[in-house]
Design a protein around this ligand. Structure first.
Ligand code: URA
Length: 208
């Protein structure tokens, strides 16, 4: 299930990120801000559990608390660029990590690191990567987490394209939850998304 989260503020911030003149600090700041805004929308359907508190007026209040744990799993390294923004919204969340790099020639992902927190297998797992390009890294990451027994997994990316979405849907079905801020036009021969925003890792960390 692909959901493109539409909001004028997200579109304005994303335009700033697409601008090649924007510095890495602007790019990183806007990325984190959009990640927060996306998560706010994504969690609209989150089922909280009830929690009673006593207010300063000694009134009992039937309130709400987190039910299942929430885990963000950035795909290294570009996924790290969204984690601060996500944790700004949900401080209680835990963070796993998946280290994948893509071979420059074959464009296939190779795994070099995997660490998840010890949480219930039905926790909300959000795999995080700014770009859904070929979808190969996302598919690999989802397979790894599924193999570990987790069954409540979604994918949160900033910018995607049809090829990446179709790759994920082919592997995990149309009901698999994919969230984007923008579905861009195409993937070029170098497997970069166009119009896109360039190499997200480089732009986040100022490495180019
Ligand atoms: N990874 C990036 O960082 N950018 C793209 O356009 C595609 C993959």
């Amino acid at each position: 299930m692909l959901k493109v989260i539409e909001h004028p503020i997200i579109k304005i911030k994303l335009t700033k990120m697409r601008d090649k003149e924007s510095s890495h600090s602007i790019f990183r700041t806007r990325l984190n801000e959009i990640a927060s805004l996306m998560l706010y929308e994504i969690l609209r359907d989150y089922k909280s559990k009830s929690k009673k508190v006593i207010t300063p007026l000694n009134q009992e209040y039937n309130g709400f608390d987190y039910d299942k744990e929430i885990v963000f799993v950035p795909i290294l390294r570009a996924g790290l660029g969204m984690v601060d923004g996500l944790l700004n919204l949900i401080r209680e969340a835990k963070v796993g990590h998946i280290g994948l790099y893509r071979d420059e020639k074959t464009h296939k992902p190779h795994s070099y690191f995997y660490k998840m927190p010890e949480v219930a297998k039905d926790s909300y797992i959000f795999i995080i990567d700014p770009m859904l390009a070929t979808g190969n890294s996302a598919v690999d990451a989802i397979k790894k987490i599924q193999k570990d027994g987790f069954n409540n997994i979604s994918l949160v990316c900033l910018v995607g394209c049809n090829e990446g979405v179709q790759n994920v849907e082919k592997s995990f079905g149309k009901d698999f939850k994919i969230y984007l801020a923008s579905l861009d036009e195409r993937l070029n021969d170098q497997k970069y998304i166009e119009p896109g925003l360039g190499d997200a890792g480089d732009r986040i960390f100022g490495t180019k």
